[in-house]
Design a protein around this ligand. Structure first.
Ligand SMILES: Nc1ncnc2c1ncn2[C@@H]1O[C@H](COP(=O)(O)OP(=O)(O)O)[C@@H](O)[C@H]1O
Ligand SMILES: [Mg+2]
Length: 275
């Protein structure tokens, strides 16, 4: 094929894949960042919240959208209580905590109410969270995704314009298989993967010795396998867990050594993706 023909074919392909879905930007925010993993319990929500406040530390105006309908954790992670106000019975005003605008299914129903919903109800809830929330002049929305490759992921992939995603995993081979599935889903649905992050990748004892509790280098190797960037490692740290349980994210304390990892990551991503 001539170079010109190849270019035309590529641009036709691009326009088909872009037009396949009518993806809309979330109103009220310049950029949208998705934090995901195909597996639960690898630290997505912890990472999403701490990275969001690291972006805030850089002077960005940040919103956090908890898209985990079955297991919302934003209210607990931010010690956020009460219900958001509505406007004209149609729109939801996000709640504000520590300077960030926040929305979560856990704020709309009681946090401990089990959501026994079928797919269409989840899709409709995601539409509400992405289309009916009155975000106010944000630089960035950080989306905390549920685990898996199910209805929530597909609804986002088909209807919301996402500027980039980060995939979190622990280095355990059990988790990495799910990561491979997650990467392929994003590639297929045209969501840009900024890179992969290794969470809980080691624990540093009082003796300074590092323990690779969940294995070693697995996330970095998986990134390489798929030609994706490896963005860095977050250690397993008691202060992160304690701060989460208290509902005051560690990265609000910008001087903590773990916060410095988040701040550095936010700085790099801002430069490459959000300027
Ligand atoms: N780097 C870390 N160090 C210590 N504890 C962590 C770390 N990352 C996550 N956790 C803890 O692990 C548990 C699961 O994290 P969570 O963010 O809820 O995962 P997910 O959203 O992927 O299900 C929580 O108790 C959280 O406090
Ligand atoms: Mg979570």
């Amino acid at each position: 094929m001539s170079e010109k023909k190849a270019k035309t074919a590529q641009s036709a392909k691009d326009s088909i894949s872009l037009n396949k879905f009518n993806k809309k930007s979330i109103k009220g925010a310049r950029f949208t960042l998705m934090i995901s993993s195909a597996k639960g319990g690898v630290g997505k929500s912890t990472f999403a919240v701490n990275l969001a406040f690291a972006f805030q530390n850089l002077g960005m105006k940040v919103g956090i959208l908890d898209a985990d309908i079955y297991g919302p954790s934003l209210p607990k992670l931010l010690n956020l209580t009460g219900k958001p106000e509505t406007k004209d019975g149609k729109f939801i005003i996000p709640m504000e905590k520590y300077g960030a605008q926040c929305i979560s299914m856990g704020l709309l129903v009681s946090e401990t109410t089990p959501m026994m919903w079928r797919g269409p109800m989840v899709i409709s809830a995601i539409k509400t969270l992405t289309e009916k929330v009155l975000w106010n002049d944000l630089d960035l929305i950080v989306i905390d995704m549920p685990p898996g490759t199910g209805d929530t992921q597909l609804t986002f992939a088909q209807s919301v314009k996402i500027d980039g995603s980060i995939i979190i995993s622990t280095p355990q081979s059990l988790a990495l298989n799910d990561v491979r599935r997650g990467i392929q889903m994003f590639d297929k649905t045209g969501i840009d993967i900024i890179g992969l992050v290794d969470n809980m990748c080691f624990f540093e004892g009082d003796d300074g010795k590092k323990y690779n509790i969940f294995g070693e280098a697995g996330v970095e190797e998986t990134a390489k396998e798929f030609g994706k960037d490896f963005l860095g490692k977050i250690p397993l740290h008691t202060d992160l867990r304690i701060a989460s349980d208290k509902g005051r994210p560690l990265s609000l304390n910008a001087d903590h050594k773990i916060s410095k990892i988040f701040n550095d990551l936010a700085k790099r991503i801002k430069k490459t993706n959000f300027e």
